[in-house]
Design a protein around this ligand. Structure first.
Ligand SMILES: Cc1cc2nc3c(=O)[nH]c(=O)nc-3n(C[C@H](O)[C@H](O)[C@H](O)COP(=O)(O)OP(=O)(O)OC[C@H]3O[C@@H](n4cnc5c(N)ncnc54)[C@H](O)[C@@H]3O)c2cc1C
Length: 377
């Protein structure tokens, strides 16, 4: 992607919100370009490829919390992308683990980013392309998009910021007060997030025999009100071909807040594995290997009341994401489709597909083996 590009709509961010928004608008015939700063799609639906397997280090599963998310999950189960998570669930309380019922949860054997890849089918999407500035033209927005070696300007009649609110605020602050109102800045500034750390760790095969009371087929332990741990799970129950115990450890928000600016991520991981070893299994602090990911914006703490935040009109600039009207994947999906609906009302009032029909249509594309048109420099 070089030079100058003109399009109708630019969606910034290829997470659940951005992809659902872009897909709905693209299916209605709008010319849409998605810009994503990372190497892959999905945002916090994140899967890391490692040691001939993969681990979900963002959202560990999808829970059918709303009818909308349930409809997507049902379609993805039908497509073979998702399946119910067969795992045993425990809660750490009173210094021991107690079995609790496993809530309905769905996982992707290929990694949770498979959900995002499904939603991205057929879209024009530029990866490794970070939006660094947005400027206002006479009737369009000019979006500066930085790849490894090029800076491109895209012009669009409408822009959707499908990124965490704090990052959206950074991008639009230079437009204040001329093009963005005090109210819009205040609304974005009000939103806050809990940070998090995720540690992925692999152990010797012999450790399969040392799970004590925890089932080797798969388990997850939830920690409530612990200073360091939030959740620990055995990934093997998702990716059955993994030949060694593969753990994901998620920190508590309080721990992440304390260590947020840590330079030595290995030391942070060691602290978390030590905490897991003290509570669950003594060998958990001796992995063969480990990797750590820092999430500055993991889950929302304070959210915006509406499903979408209009930031400027004519040309349109909208904010959407999991920070609108709720939290987690359910809110992101709802907000992405609400952003598409809002823009469509303001632009050409075309007929938009009901969500179930949209998913079905994407399923057809998957059968045709069509993926997103991906560009990276
Ligand atoms: C550890 C963890 C556990 C979680 N567990 C659950 C769970 O169990 N259940 C649940 O429902 N939810 C869970 N979540 C939350 C869920 O993953 C998110 O709510 C949801 O995926 C957010 O989607 P989104 O599209 O709003 O934002 P994101 O997924 O954050 O997508 C935003 C995208 O924008 C991109 N971006 C940002 N800035 C720019 C820029 N300047 N230019 C270009 N691209 C940019 C980012 O790279 C990202 O891909 C969890 C999250 C984490 C981190």
């Amino acid at each position: 992607m070089t030079g100058k590009i003109a399009t109708e709509i630019v969606v910034i961010g290829a997470g659940l919100a951005g992809l659902s928004c872009a897909q709905q608008l693209a299916q209605a015939g709008y010319q849409v370009i998605v810009l994503e700063k990372s190497r892959g799609v999905g945002g916090r639906l994140a899967t890391r490829r490692l040691h001939n397997t993969c681990a979900d280090h963002g959202a560990r599963s999808l829970q059918p919390e709303t009818n909308l998310l349930r409809s997507l999950i049902d379609c993805l189960v039908g497509q073979g992308v998702l399946q119910p998570w067969q795992t045993s669930t425990y809660r750490w309380q009173d210094h021991r683990v107690s079995a609790i019922p496993t809530p309905p949860q769905f996982i992707a054997p290929q990694g949770i980013t498979a959900v995002a890849k499904f939603l991205a089918a057929g879209l024009t999407l530029h990866r490794q392309c970070r939006v660094t500035a947005i400027e206002r033209g006479s009737e369009t927005w000019h979006i500066q998009a930085q790849t490894a070696d090029t800076l491109t300007t895209l012009s669009a009649r409408a822009v959707v910021l499908a990124i965490p609110a704090a990052q959206a605020l950074d991008l639009i602050t230079p437009l204040f007060p001329r093009f963005i109102s005090t109210e819009a800045i205040a609304a974005l500034g009000y939103i806050s997030y809990y940070p998090g750390f995720s540690v992925m760790a692999g152990y010797p095969v012999a450790c399969f025999d040392k799970f004590d009371a925890l089932p080797a087929a798969g388990w997850q332990v939830e920690f409530a009100n612990e200073p360091d741990l939030g959740w620990v799970g055995l990934e093997n129950s998702k990716h059955r071909a993994v030949e060694f115990p593969l753990l994901v450890v998620q920190s508590s928000a309080a721990f992440a807040q304390t260590h947020l600016e840590a330079i030595d991520l290995a030391a942070v991981a060691e602290k978390l594995l030590q905490a897991a070893a003290e509570r669950l299994l003594p060998w958990l602090n001796q992995p063969d290997w480990l990797q750590t990911h820092r999430w500055r914006y993991a889950l929302t703490a304070q959210t915006y009341a509406g499903a979408v935040l209009p930031l400027a009109i004519s040309p349109w600039l909208l904010g959407c994401g999991d920070w609108c009207s709720g939290s987690g994947a359910a809110a992101a999906l709802q907000s992405g489709l609400a952003a598409a609906d809002t823009l469509n009302q303001q632009l050409q009032q075309r007929s938009l597909l009901p969500a179930e029909v949209l998913w079905e249509r994407l399923g057809e594309r998957l059968k045709d083996n069509r993926t997103y048109k991906s560009f990276e420099s």
